[in-house]
Structures are given as C-alpha cells and as structure tokens.
Design a protein around this ligand. Sequence first.
Ligand code: F6R
Length: 368
Amino acid sequence: EKGGFDWFMRKEIYDQPKAVADTLLGRHDASGALRLDEIRIAPEELRAVDKIIVIACGTSFYAGMVAKYAIEHWTRIPCEVELASEFRYRDPIVGPTTLVVSISQSGETADTLMAIRHAREQKAKVLAICNTNGSTIPRESDAVIYTHAGPEIGVASTKGFLTQLVACYLLGLYLAQVRGTKFSDEIALLIDELDKIPAAIERQLGDLDGVLQLAADFADAPSVLFLGRHVGYPVALEGALKLKELAYIHAEGFAAGELKHGPIALIEDQLPVFVVMPPPGRDLVHDKVISNIQEIRARGARTIVLAEEGDEVAAPYADVMITLPKVPTLLQPLVAIVPLQVFACELATRKGHDVDQPRNLAKSVTVE
Ligand code: F6R
C-alpha cells in the first residue's frame, strides 16, 4: 500500500503532482474559463458577498492564510482568516452577505464544524474545501469544493495542504471571473500556470539530494527557525509545524519583517534558519528579506535559503541554497513547501520516530 515507500507520508509527498493535477482536472475549459458548477451558490449571491472569512485549523489554517493573499488580490473582497477554535468565541461579525470558507482535509474537525454551525446560524453562506467525500463539514455546508488528493493516511498533512491551496486559488479566480475583477485572459494565464505546477513539483522531487543532506547535517539541532514574507510567511509557519509534529524539535515560523521586533534575539551561532525568498524582480520585499538574511548571518546563524532558480541576488547570502521552480508569486507556496515537507520527514526518520503516527496526534480531531 505504501507503494514501495517507507512511510505513507513519503508516498503522499510523492503523490503531490498527481493530487494537484487531479484537483485541477475538469475545473476549467480549454479557453481557461473556470467551471465550478459544484459551488451551487448562484453567481448573483457571489456578487453580493462583501466579506469572506476563512476558518480552519493547523495546516489547513495556513492554506487559508495563503488564500487571503490571493483572494483579496484577485477579487478585492475583504478576506479574513481565523482559527476555527477562536471564531465563535469572539462574537464575530457575520451575516447573509458574508461568505465563510471552511478548509478541512478530514471534514470532521470539531473546531471547524462548530465554527461553521455558528456562521450558518448567523445566516452566512458556508463553502467547504474538503478532501473527504460525504464527511460532516461538507454535509453541513451550503457548497463544497472537493480537493482530489485521495486518502491521506499520514497524520501530518502534505498532499492535503497542496490541494487545499489549489482549491483556494480556483475559488479566488472563480470569484474574480464571476465579479469581473480580472480580465478573462489574466485568469486563463494563471490557470495555465497552475496546470504547470505538477510537472514543476515532479522536477523538485527528482532533485532532493540537497534536502536529504540538510536533514543529516541538522539532525541534532535543538531548534530551527523559518522566515518568510507575503505568501512565504504561511509557508514558514507550515515548515515549522511539520518539524514540530514529526521530529519533535522546537521550531518556529516568523514573518521576516517581524524579526527586528523581537525574534532576532533568538538568533545565535549555528542556529539553522530557513528563509523562503519571494521571487525577485518587481517584488520590493525581495530586498528586505535579503537584509534579514544578512542580519541573521552576521549573528552566526546557518542560513538555508529557498529561492527561485536564477535568483542571483539571494545565492551569495545562503550557506545552503535550495532552488525553487519559477512560478507566479502567489502560487509559490505550492513549490516552496515541498522541500520543507521532505526535510521534516527525513529528519524524523533519522531520529527513529514514527513518521506516520507522531506521538500525541490524531488524524482527525473530533473533540473541541
Ligand atoms: C498538520 C495537521 C493538522 C491538521 C488540522 C486540521 O500536519 O495535519 O494541523 O491540518 O488538525 O485538520 P483538517 O484539515 O482535517 O480539518
């Protein structure tokens, strides 16, 4: 069943090109127009939406953080993202023109379920992004976009996360199409870029020696930090979560811009720090992240820089460089997270941990 792999998780990491392709399949026509009839919320209702709230837990929450960047940029609809466990306890402002998007791989997470029940009581429309057909959350939602990752057995989410990202991008572009906030040729171009992602991940998975070596080098590190900006920030958080869950190592993800507001005090000699570089070019944040790397290197940290291939500026600042395929900025999480998943899986394997069943964790968390 593990298809020759030692762990389900490793198999699921290698399943990702297919999982992404399957989630895109049949959702657009040859001209690049989106076909999301399954949404079952009428276009007039989607045009009336004046606020989106994404609710989820854990890894799915980080997919939601990425969704916020994409949805606001493409649709100009204000979008919040909130931990499901916090949502209903703060008297959130929700009504008939609010679209609540719940993201859950299992479809059974109690925190998320309670949050959508609360939202529906306030007459909000609830759209679920879910990987499990017929599970409770999609059954209790007004609409659902299924991710087609196939069953995810490893407790730590991998292909679940990637396909959630794809579903969020599809939703954002669909809203842009319905509301006319993007030209159809721009949407078609982004769909085309999404269609290229499976091949890009396939290439990454064929070239992992550097990441495997890192796991060997850092097997005894007591703590590992992850920095990112813009959509690289949720990638940093997810990279840290994978390492905590699987390798039981203290790990933290930060928004790189926050470094100077406190976390820089943690930087010391030999500390491994992963930095997710935004693509170079028009992005002003690229330079700012370069300065962050200089600051942490000056304090003796070991920098592992994930940067787009051909990023000549970042290369000299990296102790170790991991190159990422060239993709549009908003889609970068799809390729940036892959080496971090492999790193966590490999490091946990080296430590002799049960990668598929980490201690204290369950695949679906059905209690609040
Ligand atoms: C992390 C992980 C968890 C889940 C979270 C939500 O690897 O698997 O953080 O993402 O428990 O689960 P779902 O998506 O099933 O609601």
